[in-house]
Ligand binder design. Structure first.
Ligand SMILES: O=P(O)(O)OC[C@@]1(O)O[C@H](CO)[C@@H](O)[C@@H]1O
Length: 317
């Protein structure tokens, strides 16, 4: 079972344009789609699609259509008392795959709301193969919420993955090694934000990415899966570093690609695959997601894992 916490879930509304987005212009759009999302929710969706049971903890009313959508999708959704409505995030996609996102802050939470989420995770974590803490924190949450929750999860047992950005990511890094998860999944920009490198260099240079990720391993993180968009991903563990390139992909929407990659890695781990094969599965999932519209999460039949190329990066210490 994979347990996910999405403290700031979202209704992902996608507008697919049939031409380029022009700022300041009126666009007539043919259709707008809506999918229940948020990073942990997307990971739960991928899990259920691959036959792995998943519990998704989200702040939402029990009878919110958002919750009903997840239950219908086969996700064991455990809503906890929300501070307000589930936010709406807007995605605009252009025919060349350019994806623009406008993410809302989410209803302002009080300490009580955060503690309910933490408790819902802490009571279930020991029965999960992985607990995944994912996405931004809602308005009002202290940046250190994930760092503190990882510390508490350490006492409960079980493995923890974290995928977040900005201040919560910085707080997690500042709290190392006490707040060290078993897995982190930064993208190039997020990695650069605390290792000081240039984001574009990291995205295009797997060796530089591995060296930056190694800093996290040296501070206690179990494994770092650094996603690099069209350049694939880099995996760094205490044992080594690898780079994987994706199959040729026509990008439709990049939303959910990182979440799918993270799930691919967890699936590989649950299946007992070796590190390079876990990385290949991660990249196969991420690239398949990038080829699907909106926040659509790939099914196993949509993967082209055999077209992922993996190379060992040698000594990055
Ligand atoms: O605002 P956050 O929490 O950082 O990200 C939220 C989000 O962009 O992440 C998912 C894709 O990874 C989407 O389903 C969702 O809209």
């Amino acid at each position: 079972m994979i347990l996910t916490l999405t403290p700031n879930p979202s209704i992902d509304r996608t507008v697919a344009l049939d031409g380029e987005l022009s700022r300041g212009q009126v666009h007539r759009v043919a259709s707008v789609t809506s999918q229940g999302g948020g990073k942990g929710v997307n990971i739960s969706r991928a899990a259920v699609g691959a036959g792995i049971p998943s519990i998704a903890v989200v702040p939402a009313q029990k009878d919110d259509p958002f919750v009903l959508e997840l239950l219908t999708a086969g996700i064991d959704c455990r809503p906890v008392r929300p501070a307000g409505d589930v936010r709406v995030n807007l995605t605009i996609t252009e025919p060349d795959g350019t994806t623009t996102k406008l993410n809302s802050p989410g209803a302002e939470v009080l300490p009580l709301h955060l503690e309910l989420m933490a408790q819902a995770v802490l009571v279930r974590a020991s029965t999960a193969s992985w607990t995944v803490l994912a996405g931004s924190l809602p308005a009002g949450a202290p940046a250190g919420f994930y760092a503190e929750l990882v510390r508490r999860l350490r006492e409960v047992g079980g493995r923890v993955a974290v995928d977040t950005s900005e201040a919560p990511l910085q707080a997690l890094v500042d709290g190392l090694p006490g707040s060290a998860p078993d897995l982190m999944k930064p993208n190039g920009e997020e990695l650069a934000s605390f290792t000081g490198g240039d984001p574009e260099t990291l995205e295009s240079d797997p060796v530089a990415t591995a060296a930056a990720a190694r800093q996290l391993i040296d501070r206690g993180v179990g494994a770092v899966l650094a996603t690099l968009g069209g350049n694939g991903a880099v995996l760094v563990t205490a044992e080594g570093a690898w780079h994987a390139t994706p199959p040729p992909t026509t990008v439709v929407s990049t939303v959910g690609a990182g979440d799918s990659s993270l799930f691919g890695y967890l699936l590989g781990d649950i299946r007992g695959l070796a590190a390079p094969d876990r990385l290949a599965l991660a990249v196969a999932y991420g690239s398949a997601a990038a080829g699907l519209p909106g926040t659509t999460i790939p099914q196993p039949s949509q993967l082209r894992t055999e077209l992922v190329g993996v190379t060992a990066l040698g000594d990055t210490s």
